[in-house]
Design a protein around this ligand. Structure first.
Ligand SMILES: Cc1cc2nc3c(=O)[nH]c(=O)nc-3n(C[C@H](O)[C@H](O)[C@H](O)COP(=O)(O)OP(=O)(O)OC[C@H]3O[C@@H](n4cnc5c(N)ncnc54)[C@H](O)[C@@H]3O)c2cc1C
Length: 387
């Protein structure tokens, strides 16, 4: 399919594809096995300007948008979903700053993020606030000299590895989520520590940790946007970031499909390659159809976000849900096509199947996001929403 990408977008995609094939594919099984954080690969991405893609030009970036980010994420995820997750969550970690930060904050942080020198993370989830993300308990009390943070964030991607954290915390406890604000916290701030690295089913190259704040004092100037607007900023942010998770899913669909086609072409049973069997062809054809449909929806949602539309919730949610459900189905089917070999560590589809599951869970579970789509549908009384 021709998505009529610009020359810059094609070039970004080519660079990401080259790094994925030359640097990620050879080590992905090792990263999965050890859970090692992929610093060497992130450095390669930084050297190739991949962290600049979505940062405004005036702060050292290439000035691209959601679609540009999706193109990189898809290529990385075709090779390894764990690496792609570390990359895409870095974008989530600094989107609040890009969207709502003041000039001083942007000048202070964005050039280092663009160069890949400093990685970022985003933290809203807590033990009591998962799908019910409005139920956060972490506080950021206004005191002399800044904000005093207390509380625990859970399941935070890039936790412990990132240098800069966007934390959603209550600056006014009496108002609940309406009293939440976004606050930047740097890694070595006294009172800020990390829990153990989580042992995960998949995306094992990505780091997931608890963030613990105990009387952690951050300067007043670290509050991003308006006090009390942190929760709504986070929800708007997810509208912009979810196509990126959809793109990770599309990359995974593509990688699993390629592995299944290759295996089916080589595996001989009943004196013929199994790809000659109609039942296998049907499975591979379904993979191709679902992958391209997911890609088209993700591109459309990303372009809608890039148009500046303020009602992107439904489309972003739809793209993430469709693509991640497709990734789950395609990776399960890819294991099936590869038979017993597909079940073994030696073949990439086993890892891909484990990696796929998280895409239906993080950045809003697919049940919650179907609720977002249903809300839009109700508002429009079922009418078509495209323009
Ligand atoms: C590997 C990993 C990385 C993550 N990275 C980050 C990160 O970087 N930053 C961050 O802030 N968070 C992160 N998260 C948190 C993630 O977004 C949450 O796990 C997710 O939103 C679900 O919350 P929960 O795990 O508490 O599940 P729960 O909310 O407890 O949900 C459990 C089940 O109940 C269902 N459910 C709950 N409420 C409803 C409802 N109203 N309607 C229908 N179904 C419902 C859910 O869909 C789910 O199936 C990460 C999580 C994981 C596992």
């Amino acid at each position: 399919m021709n998505y009529f990408l610009t020359e810059q977008q094609k070039s970004i995609r080519e660079i990401a594809r080259r790094i994925a094939e030359e640097k990620i594919m050879p080590v992905r099984a090792h990263l999965d096995e050890t859970g090692e954080f992929p610093w060497d690969i992130l450095k390669e991405l930084a050297a190739a300007d991949m962290f600049r893609v979505f940062i405004p030009v005036e702060f050292g970036g290439l000035g691209g948008g959601c679609l540009d980010l999706c193109l990189v994420a898809e290529e990385l995820a075709r090779a390894c979903c764990g690496v792609a997750t570390s990359y895409i969550v870095n974008a989530l970690g600094c989107m609040t700053l890009i969207e709502y930060g003041n000039d001083d904050q942007k000048r202070n942080y964005l050039p280092d993020i663009a160069s890949g020198q400093r990685l970022t993370a985003f933290a809203i989830t807590e033990p009591t606030a998962g799908s019910d993300s409005a139920n956060i308990q972490t506080t950021a009390e206004k005191v002399d000299g800044g904000y005093l943070l207390n509380g625990t964030k859970r399941f935070i991607t890039n936790g412990g590895e990132a240098e800069i954290y966007t934390i959603i915390a209550l600056t006014d406890q009496s108002k609940g989520a309406r009293g939440a604000s976004a606050i930047l916290v740097e890694k070595d701030t006294p009172g800020f520590t990390f829990g153990k690295k989580e042992m995960k089913m998949g995306i094992r190259a990505s780091a997931t940790r608890e963030l613990v704040f105990h009387n952690c004092l951050v300067p007043e100037g670290n509050l991003v946007g308006k006090p009390g607007h942190g929760f709504i900023q986070a929800m708007r942010l997810f509208d912009k970031s979810r196509p990126g998770i959809g793109a990770v899913a599309v990359g995974l669909c593509q990688g699993a499909m390629e592995a299944a086609v290759e295996y089916a072409g080589q595996r001989i049973q009943f004196d013929q390659p199994i790809i000659a069997l109609p039942v296998v062809q049907q499975m591979l054809a379904d993979m191709a159809i679902q992958t391209e449909a997911a890609r088209a929806l993700v591109h459309a949602a990303a372009k809608y976000v890039d148009s500046g539309a303020r009602d992107a919730s439904e489309f972003s949610a739809a793209a993430k849900v469709f693509a991640s459900d497709a990734a789950m189905k395609i990776t399960v089917d890819a294991v099936q096509v590869c038979g017993g070999s597909g079940y073994m560590h030696d073949y990439p589809v086993e890892k891909m199947m484990r990696d796929a599951k998280i895409l239906q869970i993080y950045e809003g579970t697919n049940q919650i996001l179907r609720g977002v789509v249903a809300t839009g549908l109700r508002k429009r009384k079922g009418k078509v929403a495209c323009t």
